[in-house]
Design a binder for this molecule. Sequence first.
Ligand SMILES: [Zn+2]
Ligand SMILES: [Zn+2]
Length: 358
Amino acid sequence: MRQVSIVEWGAPLAVRDVATPEPKGAEVLVRVEACGVCHSDVHIWDGYFDLGGGNKVKMADRGVGLPFTMGHEIVGHVKALGPDAAADAKAAGIEVGGKYVVYPWIGCGTCEPCKRDEELLCMAPRTLGTRRDGGYGDHVLVPHARYLVPYQGIGRELAATYTCSGITAYSALKKTKEKAKPSDFVMVIGAGGVGGSAVHMAKAVVGSKLMVADIDGAKRAHARQMGADETIDNSQPDAVQQVMAKSGGGVAAAIDFVGSPATMQFGIDSLRKGGKLVVVGLYGGGMSISPVMFPFKMMSIEGSYVGTLDDLKELIALVQSGKVPPIPLNTRPAAEATAALEDLKRGGKVLGRTVLQH
Ligand SMILES: [Zn+2]
Ligand SMILES: [Zn+2]
């Protein structure tokens, strides 16, 4: 099999021919057909996430050794079942040769959260493409057939993007539903990759009015085409006043798809009393916030990280029902992964998702 792998943190990826793994136990071997390039891949490639103030979460400290093969937005077909996988596969309706997207956010399978199907809370995850080799290789080992989801009626590359970008947007939008009534505004901050996905599905998932803040005029124009009721240029010094004027005193909920100190402050300042900020973006940095703001505004701040296996199944069904317009996609050969990452790292100008093809 061929893998496009990190051999040195931050250096160009290497194309390597290695032995194709044999599925053991309940594992399933998937022939990867395509894999999305996620913005978090840029951070993994660098080898760390920046927490601000000189603090970093290093991939090496999370137990990721080199060479490592990224890629967690995987679509492909089942090549082989492990010796103990047949019954599980049959129960899940999974067949050799069948085409599926792969849910990558896989826990250890044995801890209490995993047993309760809360794998995102697992302290020893086996995530494909961030902890285990992923879809920048043309084959991937999936621990169990239950992580494969059929996607009939959806384009292959588009379906791949739902396993991270899609469920990240979907799960964050779901977290605003308790606050946002149909006459309220939910604000999406940052309408790039994942935020752009959220703009596409916000009306179908939340059903309230949609405000979109982005510093890029092209992304604001696209958001209006996709049904945003209001757009804001949050690089303007009076951006918060504009939000207040357009929303009648603040938004019920905001989702920060950037995750920088500036966007988080903008999100907090834009909330009405009792509002909720959902933080999704991993831009990094640090900021201070007065504890008094929480009781004064009765606000809440919640972090949202990717989504559950059920979120993926719900989202695929929502897309199959025709309620979610597709996001723009660019496809490139897998061998161009380094160039695709560099384009993302330069930032801003990639509209929609890049998907690598094997
Ligand atoms: Zn991702
Ligand atoms: Zn676990």
